[in-house]
Design a protein around this ligand. Structure first.
Ligand SMILES: Cc1ncc(COP(=O)(O)O)c(C=O)c1O
Length: 377
């Protein structure tokens, strides 16, 4: 009798940590400088080079990187910031944190990135900024967004939390708008556990970032504070991890692309699924392998029963319970009603995220592909 193949356990994400990260952290601890110091400075330099920007500062995480970027640009109470309906809720929460109002716009159907053709109707006299979010490993279409921003005197905050290594028309995302914000949470292409970065190209913005992130002063150790600021610093232990990670970025990207190609070739004949790829203007650094699938809920259960951890697509912001409108409360976000986001809604009902991380094996991908093929057979 043929043996039943053993079930596997394939998590949604496994951070790619090796002896390099351990040695780097250990050396930091032995050197004894654990707050922002030489490793943080070196990590900032490496990030600036990767994103091709002249300036940048570290932040404690991606959400606070966005909040810091918004604050540095002077966005606050009374201002509106246009954001896509499909994104991680941190994008919206950062806008709320600085006292501004997120205005929700639908995404476009091929890549589920913010739809530049729908921005114009969101504009009011309160609109101060647009926050394109480079989602799932591809870039938003930045040219029309930047052109519209220029026409209307708006600022552009790129949410590149998931986007390190992604290029739009040959240029790294995060370096195209007024500020670009990154996350180094454990599921990101490179990680520091928690961590973030704000990139910018303008010296005045950089000075504002420096002041705001370090209690309103430019020099450490001084108790004279020329401006009001906060504490948005990181630690050198995290930067030590980041430095080891960024050295492997090219390899991680290549491995993710190989795994993605294996999914694509394995599923090419399954007409019930569509794998989201990169837009034609963008390179692709798959953050997840995102599948638009018929009977998505049942497929998810089928995969999870076989040990594969699946995540849903992001839940549309206009449906988030925390942003709901009831008789007694006014929503903190501005949306255009439940019928105004057909693409975002379809993404949530059909979208599933398959695992894609450097230590996932080709064999794991074949296992997942076989399960999907069997589900629809
Ligand atoms: C698109 C997007 N924006 C913002 C964030 C927030 O980053 P963090 O979790 O580091 O605060 C994330 C994190 O997953 C994200 O995916």
């Amino acid at each position: 009798m043929a043996a039943t193949p053993a079930l596997r356990t394939i998590p949604q994400i496994v951070p790619f940590l090796t002896a390099d990260e351990s040695a780097s952290v250990l050396q930091t601890l032995e050197d004894g400088w654990i707050t922002e110091g030489p490793r943080s400075a070196a990590f900032v330099e490496a990030l600036k080079q990767t994103i091709q920007v002249p300036y940048g500062v570290l932040a404690p995480n991606g959400t606070l990187a966005l909040a810091l970027g918004l604050m540095a640009l002077g966005i606050g109470p009374g201002d509106e910031v246009i954001i896509p309906d499909i994104t991680f809720i941190g994008s919206a929460n950062a806008v709320l944190m600085v006292g501004a109002t997120p205005v929700l716009v639908d995404v476009e159907p091929d890549t589920f990135q913010i739809d530049p053709t729908q921005l114009e109707h969101c504009l009011t006299y309160k609109t101060r900024a647009i926050m394109p979010v480079h989602l799932y490993g591809t870039a938003c279409d930045m040219d029309p967004i930047l052109a519209l921003a220029r026409r209307h005197g708006l600022l552009v905050i790129e949410d590149a939390a998931q986007g390190i290594g992604v290029c739009y028309k040959g240029k790294p995302v995060g370096g195209l708008g007024d500020v670009g914000c990154f996350s180094f949470f454990a599921d990101k292409t490179i990680t520091t556990g928690e961590g973030g970065f704000v990139a910018c190209r303008d010296e005045h913005t950089y000075r504002q970032l420096l002041l705001l992130r370090n209690q309103g002063r430019l020099n450490r150790g001084s108790f004279v504070h020329p401006a009001i600021g906060y504490n948005f610093r990181m630690t050198d232990m995290q930067a030590a991890v980041g430095l080891a990670q960024i050295k492997k970025l090219d390899w991680i990207i290549q491995r993710k692309q190989e795994l993605w190609a294996t999914y694509v070739s394995g599923l090419q004949d399954v007409r019930q699924v569509r794998i989201l790829g990169a837009a034609s203007h963008s390179t692709h650094v798959p953050f997840r392998c995102v599948l638009m699938a018929q009977e998505a809920t049942q497929l998810q259960a089928h995969l999870e029963q076989a040990g594969v951890q699946i995540r849903s697509f992001f839940y549309p912001l206009h449906r988030q319970p925390c942003f709901g409108v009831s008789a007694s409360e006014i929503s903190p976000v501005r949306s255009f009603g439940n019928n105004a986001y057909p693409v975002g809604d379809s993404g949530f009902s059909q979208g599933l995220c398959l695992p894609i991380y450097p230590t996932l094996t080709d064999d794991d991908v074949h296992y997942i592909v076989d399960l999907i093929v069997a589900f629809y057979s």
